[in-house]
Design a protein around this ligand. Sequence first.
Ligand code: HEC
Ligand code: HEC
Ligand code: HEC
Ligand code: HEC
Ligand code: HEC
Length: 219
Amino acid sequence: MAQIFSRNANVYARVTTFGIVVLICGVGWATNEVFWSPYTTYVDVPLTQPVPFSHKHHVAEDGIDCRYCHTSVEKSRFAGMPTSETCMHCHSQIFTDVPLLAPVRESLATNAPLKWNRVHDLPDYVYFDHSIHVAKGIGCSTCHGRVDQMPITWRVNTLYMKWCLDCHRHPQKFVRPPDKVFAMTWQPSQDRQLEPTQLVRQYHIDTSGRLTNCSTCHR
Ligand code: HEC
Ligand code: HEC
Ligand code: HEC
Ligand code: HEC
Ligand code: HEC
């Protein structure tokens, strides 16, 4: 019977299979790299804003509390953004004529709110609520990093589902005492053994597994 496959066919087949496997792995690796890279996650990427607002100046140097500008963070889903009037509480007296603040003055004159570019923006199918996290002892800096050191705001976490779940599975790694929620420099101490379990109990945090149910965040 005539030979259908040449003598080298096996070798070709192996080389091709090997090539395909390498290609698939390569594509998988590249996708993974892109998925976790700043191009996709925007982690550590500062956004341009209509006014180059500096948390570093206003929070660290001038000592203004987060709630002065993000007034609803303890009470509602949304932290809330300051109005141009809020800026003018101070800037009608100081830095009144600096060109940097021209968009704020214009916004007041025209009654059109400033359009800040959003640094964090979850998809609409995800339910998030600031007030419960604040009430249960999760600090701003756990999710937003050292905002007080940022001359312009960027995000420090991916906001991917995995990130939310890592904490919802082990909240005891992150909870703080109630008076430390707004503290930018708070760090879990190395030797804390009992404290986190006590805090989890004190806050009545649900450890039944409901926090990782799909319907908790997708409702
Ligand atoms: C004087 C007003 C002011 C104070 C005080 C202030 N912020 Fe802000 N914050 C702003 C403004 C204006 C923006 C929008 C511009 C920007 O993103 O930088 C903003 C943006 C943010 C964002 C990004 C919002 C987004 O688009 O996703 C976070 C997070 C944030 N602030 C956290 C904090 C925290 C934490 C504190 C306290 C340590 C704080 N801010 C104090 C005015 C303020
Ligand atoms: C409670 C007072 C207060 C409020 C409210 C306030 N600022 Fe300021 N702002 C200051 C002070 C004080 C400085 C001088 C900062 C410095 O040099 O430490 C400043 C400086 C600035 C500057 C000059 C550049 C810089 O960062 O030094 C800009 C721009 C600015 N603020 C924007 C804003 C905007 C936008 C808002 C509203 C979202 C706002 N500020 C609200 C007190 C305030
Ligand atoms: C458990 C994590 C977490 C904590 C704790 C947290 N944030 Fe946020 N923050 C988020 C997420 C996620 C978003 C994006 C929400 C969205 O897109 O709907 C956000 C958005 C914001 C915004 C933009 C406006 C808004 O409400 O969407 C501001 C301002 C802000 N956070 C300030 C704060 C301040 C101030 C604190 C501390 C009191 C704080 N956050 C605590 C996760 C957190
Ligand atoms: C660092 C820890 C931490 C991170 C990160 C975090 N959470 Fe939470 N979350 C908590 C804690 C603690 C509670 C309070 C649970 C309780 O009351 O039993 C909570 C409660 C919630 C609740 C209310 C649950 C309910 O029905 O009682 C929702 C919704 C929620 N988180 C969504 C999210 C989403 C979406 C993300 C990611 C974008 C996120 N969380 C990230 C710690 C975290
Ligand atoms: C603690 C909050 C939380 C819980 C619990 C949760 N998700 Fe998500 N989910 C998110 C967030 C935040 C996103 C958007 C960010 C992203 O793409 O990862 C998301 C995105 C998704 C997406 C869009 C595709 C993707 O991954 O980008 C699907 C599908 C999804 N979730 C399914 C589920 C299912 C199924 C469960 C239950 C096993 C679940 N989620 C539980 C927070 C949560």
